[in-house]
Design a protein around this ligand. Structure first.
Ligand code: 25A
Ligand code: L14
Length: 333
């Protein structure tokens, strides 16, 4: 009989944690036991995986006895505090927070892009930021062919990235505004319904948000190339699921839109949707619930020497978080 693994999911009742459980089920991950962990708010709830019920337990330092893989998705604070205990108990930690991503001892991995980085792990493997994951999947085959010199990216990020409570906030605000009731923003500092907010995560000294700097720093680390220049503007939009990105690329050598379509079509995890005459291009509502990264609107950027523009869309909870984490676990077995 082939080996089966005990898997803990930290933040199992959150937006990403719940998707991790269903991804383990859908992909037939060879698990033996599942241990859903969350805060005491969720203690005693049950989650179902493959027809079996599991009780949600309160996360403690002792939660990881006998665990092979610990998937973390309860925010950076919990990862910093509890991941070391999981490692001590012998588990491999796959962490979806920003806590360890830029740590030089921690591989930052997108399996289609840099699986070789996994070999250097010391117990913790970091799952990149959702906006970064979908972008690097689409850029990798183009970088290998024509070397990317500079990336200018603007994101259109859905509210599910901030968890269930933000999904509820968008729905409630929309309803209230349509029925002429007053709203009080809670999850975001501004109204999100019928609006775009150029502010994701906190502002830094340099004028960028932390989300924007994650895109710059994580892209260089995953592509293992510090020479790539990246500048990002990250924007929250009133969409429930899937992030969209407008990406402008400058290459070291000539690459045509047709060549880019050919390279992207052959790349694992990418679907090219690019037939403008048929009004076919990637859209958030179609990417939601899907595993792939969708790329379209591929066209020459006539304003620079070797330039391409494109539009990249993917489900931020799946490839941007839960699916990428489970794919990392699959690579490790
Ligand atoms: O504190 P931080 O660092 O800001 O991080 C917490 C936030 O990060 C989000 C997460 O979204 C949460 O809002 N997050 C998730 N992944 C992230 C990522 N990769 C991420 N942020 C950045 N990068 P979420 O609400 O979808 O997921 C939260 C999950 O984590 C569990 N959790 C939270 N605190 C915990 C904890 N687990 C253990 N110990 C802790 N101290 C959380 O479980 C959930 O599974 P829960 O039991 O706390 O919540 C279950 C339900 O309750 C709602 N809820 C959340 N907060 C409150 C709340 N209800 C009332 N009051 C609250 N303060 C949740 O919506 C959930 O449905
Ligand atoms: O993983 O959309 O660093 O609010 C933190 C912000 C995930 C998305 C991360 C959001 C992000 C999240």
């Amino acid at each position: 009989m082939s080996k089966k693994y005990n898997v803990a999911v930290v933040g199992a009742t959150g937006a990403v944690g719940a998707e991790m459980l269903s991804t383990l089920e859908e992909r037939n991950f060879p698990f033996n036991d599942i241990r859903p962990l969350a805060s005491e708010r969720s203690e005693g709830l049950t989650v179902k995986v493959k027809g079996n019920s599991y009780k949600v337990q309160k996360l403690t330092e002792q939660s990881f006895d006998g665990i092979d893989f610990a998937l973390f998705s309860a925010g950076a604070g919990r990862s910093l505090e509890f991941a070391p205990h999981a490692v001590k108990a012998g588990a491999i930690v796959i962490d979806n927070s920003s806590a360890f991503r830029m740590d030089k001892d921690v591989p930052l991995v997108v399996p289609e892009v840099n699986p070789e980085a996994l070999k250097k792990h010391k117990g913790i493997i970091a799952n990149p930021n959702c906006s970064t994951i979908q972008m690097v999947v689409a850029l990798k085959p183009l970088h290998d062919y024509a070397r990317i010199k500079r990336i200018v990216v603007s994101t259109y990020q859905s509210v599910s990235g901030s968890g269930h409570k933000a999904v509820t906030e968008l729905a409630e605000q929309t309803n209230k505004l349509l029925t002429l009731q007053e709203i009080t923003p809670k999850v975001y500092s501004q109204q999100i319904a019928f609006n775009c907010i150029p502010h994701i995560d906190v502002f830094l000294q340099n004028g960028y948000t932390k989300e924007e700097m994650k895109m710059e720093n994580e892209t260089k680390k995953i592509m293992d190339d510090d020479s790539i220049k990246v500048t990002a503007t990250t924007v929250r939009v009133p969409v429930f699921y899937s992030h969209s990105e407008s990406v402008n690329l400058e290459f070291a050598k000539e690459i045509s839109p047709d060549k880019a379509r050919e390279l992207l079509s052959a790349f694992s995890g990418v679907v090219v949707q690019d037939k403008p005459v048929e009004d076919l291009y990637p859209m958030a509502i179609n990417a939601a619930g899907r595993d792939e990264v969708f790329v379209g609107r591929i066209r020459q950027d006539f304003s620079v020497k070797h330039g391409l523009n494109m539009w990249i869309v993917s489900d931020n909870i799946r490839k941007g978080a839960a699916l990428n984490a489970v794919q990392i676990a699959e690579k490790m077995i």
